[in-house]
Write a protein that binds this ligand. Sequence first.
Ligand SMILES: NC(=O)c1ccc[n+]([C@@H]2O[C@H](COP(=O)([O-])OP(=O)(O)OC[C@H]3O[C@@H](n4cnc5c(N)ncnc54)[C@H](O)[C@@H]3O)[C@@H](O)[C@H]2O)c1
Length: 251
Amino acid sequence: MALQRMFDLTGRVAVVTGAGQGMGAGIARGLAAHGAFVGVNDLFAERAESVAAAIVADGGQAVAVQGDVRDRASVAAALAATVAAGGGPIDILVHNAGIPADGFPVAKFHEHDESAWNRWMDINFTGLLNVVKEVLEPMIERRHGRIIFISSEAGRQGLSMGVSLYGASKAAGVQMCRHLALENARKGVTVNCLALGRMSAEIITDDKFMMPVGRLGSPADVAAACVYLASDEASFVTGQTLGVNGGAYTS
Ligand SMILES: NC(=O)c1ccc[n+]([C@@H]2O[C@H](COP(=O)([O-])OP(=O)(O)OC[C@H]3O[C@@H](n4cnc5c(N)ncnc54)[C@H](O)[C@@H]3O)[C@@H](O)[C@H]2O)c1
């Protein structure tokens, strides 16, 4: 019997939210490198266009699809544009957008006013619901789908650094994914999360930031986990949260 190469995403249509830079750009490149057509979503059109153009220049298939994950109509338009350009329904959804474009306020809960509450839930939880709502029924109809939510270790451990609202919004998505996984376990749709540790798109050597393995995580680390979870070979893995954290949290 011929040896079978694994993790081939040829013919699959993927969409990655918040993929105009950072982890999302790496995820989009990783999926494209394994053969998927990728809708590169971002709030900022120019960011999405630059990542999609680089993928195409490097031999992959991608389209830029501007859209705000917090807004249902905007999400619908971005995903419809991915389907039109990719020539088929979405097989792989990675909800990666999770840090508001106007900054990441770090403060203890008692220091925040109420305006901060929805800021986090809107992008991490409502954003997840918006994108899942668009893709799930077509996935169920075709009995195939892969949904991946990019979460954070701040969503499953207590931290004193002032990220309670962020962490709680990430945890809400993780719990939603567990339910979605079991609701759809017999329908060919898997739903999993990645809990990221401290990551950087740049090389940082300052020791005080290091993860136990001796470095920070990179977009390529996240992309590798997404390629696996998006593959046909991961069909027996659902409802899980995989730590991509350099050993910062062991489970
Ligand atoms: N960087 C880290 O150390 C780290 C750690 C744990 C988890 N994470 C998670 O990884 C994911 C990516 O993080 P990153 O560091 O690459 O972020 P980033 O801020 O570098 O990039 C995120 C992208 O999302 C886009 N975006 C923001 N709001 C959007 C919206 N409403 N709709 C669509 N796109 C939007 C931004 O324009 C930006 O291009 C996030 O979910 C984050 O919570 C990151």
